[in-house]
Structure formats: C-alpha cells, structure tokens
Design a protein around this ligand. Sequence first.
Ligand SMILES: [Zn+2]
Length: 136
Amino acid sequence: MYLSKCKPILHCMTTETKPKLCLNCDKPVKGRTDKKFCDDYCRNNYNNQLKSNTINLVRNINNALGKNRRILEDMFNPGDETVKTTKSKLLQKGFQFKYITQTFTNKKGSTYFYCYDFGYLPLEGDWYLLVKQKEE
Ligand SMILES: [Zn+2]
C-alpha cells in the first residue's frame, strides 16, 4: 500500500518536527494544526476533568472557610464581644490563616481579617483578638 507522497519537502518537515499533542492523551493530533484533541471523546474528557478540578477546588476552599468560621465562633462564650487567643491555639484547632472572606481596616490602620461574620486582629506576639461583625 502506498502512502501519499509528500510533495513539498518543507511541509513534511514542519509537520513532523512539530507534532501537536492531544491535551487529553498526549498522542500526536492528526489533521488541522489548530486541533487540540484527537476527537470528541478526548475533548469531552479533558473538559470534564478541568471542570471537576475546579469544582473540587471551590469545594475545598468553601469547606476551609466554613471550618475557619466555626473555629472562631467556638472561641466565643455567650455574651462575649471579643475574645483573646493565641495563634498556636487557632492552628491547633486547624485554622488556616490563608483563607479569609474579607478584610477591614479601621481608622487607626488596624486590619481585621474576616471569615464571614467572625474576624481576627493580629496583636503583639502570638496573640489574636477575635471579633464578631456587628449587624448593620
Ligand atoms: Zn487524544
């Protein structure tokens, strides 16, 4: 069986030295140079994977924020306006400082970090002041 002969040599070289790889299965993609996938299966698979990675990422961050809020809330006794605690206590309970929902800087320049309606203000040393957002 004859394979079609490549007439323009240059064309053969450029297509062979730069095989486009399928984003899903890493096999060389045949056909148009702008194709990114072998076929619909590979495209769907790739896109579903991306989507589920995003869903997992969002879910994990939401869970972490919810847990942070719960940890802050648990430090309050009924009637407490504010609570003083330490960084190590918060870490012990699994608090993740990188997850916050918003910040608030008061006129004195102190920045409060919030997880929804509960927040904290870093104090001197290892200490933290926990606050509740007041109803507006
Ligand atoms: Zn593929």
